[in-house]
Design a protein around this ligand. Structure first.
Ligand code: C5P
Length: 229
């Protein structure tokens, strides 16, 4: 990647996965390690950007490569939204690599939910979280700000994954959507990744595979190209 090609840019990267409390000791979460987001933050810093990394439940050992970024640790989707909105207010590029919970428990009791012998478990009612990415792209975008989303898709083949990705690219309104297939051995937690980058119309602008660092550089290449066009 061209050294310093992002110099002067302020970027925000969200990484990891949000956790929604069920009670004080339990949560609904996901398998995102934060590695791809941390790699994106590190690559942007290497290329000269000033980086804020909003890290949702990312382990300290995973965070280390992103040391050149200002790190804002968050837990829930509401905390992630606050931190991203604050940082995005002065950012040129926002990359939403975090796996954000689509739903959260409607109620979070102050006390641990107890098992009552002979009684069936109470259902957990869920409510929808706001879509942070769509909100950034549609309602909050600053002049000249580039908004990038990620989409982890499951599908029986690459065609399915791309079809879902295309629909999502159009729906979310982001400038770029980075689509990857997730499954038993792909994506979450793995060292390598394989992605297709779509533009807002759902057309393919780049394809990258390899280490999460290589994928990160390919994403920044696509961002740099879009911003210079
Ligand atoms: O719709 P889906 O969750 O697959 O979209 C993934 C993209 O949207 C990611 O960039 C993720 O960070 C973002 N997202 C969000 N707010 C949500 C759900 C997803 O910003 N509530």
């Amino acid at each position: 990647a061209p050294a310093g090609d992002l110099t002067g840019l302020r970027v925000v990267v969200s990484a990891g996965g949000t956790r929604e409390p069920i009670d004080p000791v339990r949560f609904i979460g996901n398998r995102s390690s934060g590695r791809q987001g941390v790699a994106l933050a590190a690559a942007a810093a290497r290329r000269g950007a000033r980086v804020t990394l909003v890290a949702a439940n990312v382990e300290q050992a995973v965070l280390a490569p992103g040391a050149a970024a200002d790190v804002v640790p968050v837990g829930t989707t509401a905390e992630l939204a606050d931190a991203v909105h604050t940082a995005a207010a002065s950012a040129d590029v926002v990359v939403m690599a975090a796996a954000v919970a689509d739903f959260r428990p409607a109620l979070t009791p102050d006390a641990k939910i107890k098992k009552v012998p002979g009684r069936p478990p109470a259902p957990i009612e869920l409510v929808e979280n706001p879509d942070i990415l769509a909100g950034l792209a549609r309602d909050r975008r600053r002049d000249g700000q580039t908004v990038v989303g990620f989409a982890a898709e499951t599908g029986d083949d690459d065609g399915d994954v791309l079809t879902h990705g295309r629909a999502k690219a159009r729906r979310k309104g982001a400038d770029l959507l980075v689509v990857n297939a997730v499954g038993e051995r792909l994506g979450f937690g793995a060292a390598t990744n394989e992605v297709t980058v779509l533009d807002a119309a759902g057309d393919v602008v780049a394809h990258a595979s390899g280490s999460k660092d290589a994928v990160a550089d390919a994403v920044w290449d696509a961002v740099a190209k879009l911003r210079s066009s």
